[in-house]
Design a protein around this ligand. Structure first.
Ligand code: ZN
Length: 108
């Protein structure tokens, strides 16, 4: 009887392991998807569409302190404003209204 009990305990253990493995994978999939969905909230998509209608270019990279849409250099106070803004804040060019996407090449 002892071996049967042991056998069952082992089966339960491997079942629990399998379940927790599935749980981890599920969690991983969820957390992997969440940032993507979070990157494009509805109001940002709307802002992008509006900006694209106005400027013909919804968003552009901010490169070396210059707006990628209108190619104008940001002045020092504008650069400081962008620099001080939190990473998740949407920055728009004061000249052309395009959404400026900050990267490591933004010169901030
Ligand atoms: Zn611009």
């Amino acid at each position: 009887m002892a071996t049967l009990r042991e056998k069952r305990a082992e089966l339960e253990r491997s079942r629990d392991e399998a379940l927790s493995q599935i749980g981890r994978e599920e969690e991983f999939r969820r957390s992997g998807r969440a940032p993507l969905a979070g990157d494009l909230p509805e109001d940002l998509v709307r802002l992008y569409e509006r900006s694209r209608e106005q400027t013909g270019l919804g968003a552009a990279l901010l490169r070396a302190g210059r707006c990628g849409a209108c190619r104008l250099d940001l002045n020092a106070s504008e650069l400081n404003r962008v620099k001080a803004a939190p990473a998740d804040e949407v920055i728009r060019c004061e000249e052309c209204g395009s959404i400026m996407v900050r990267t490591e090449e933004s010169g901030l």
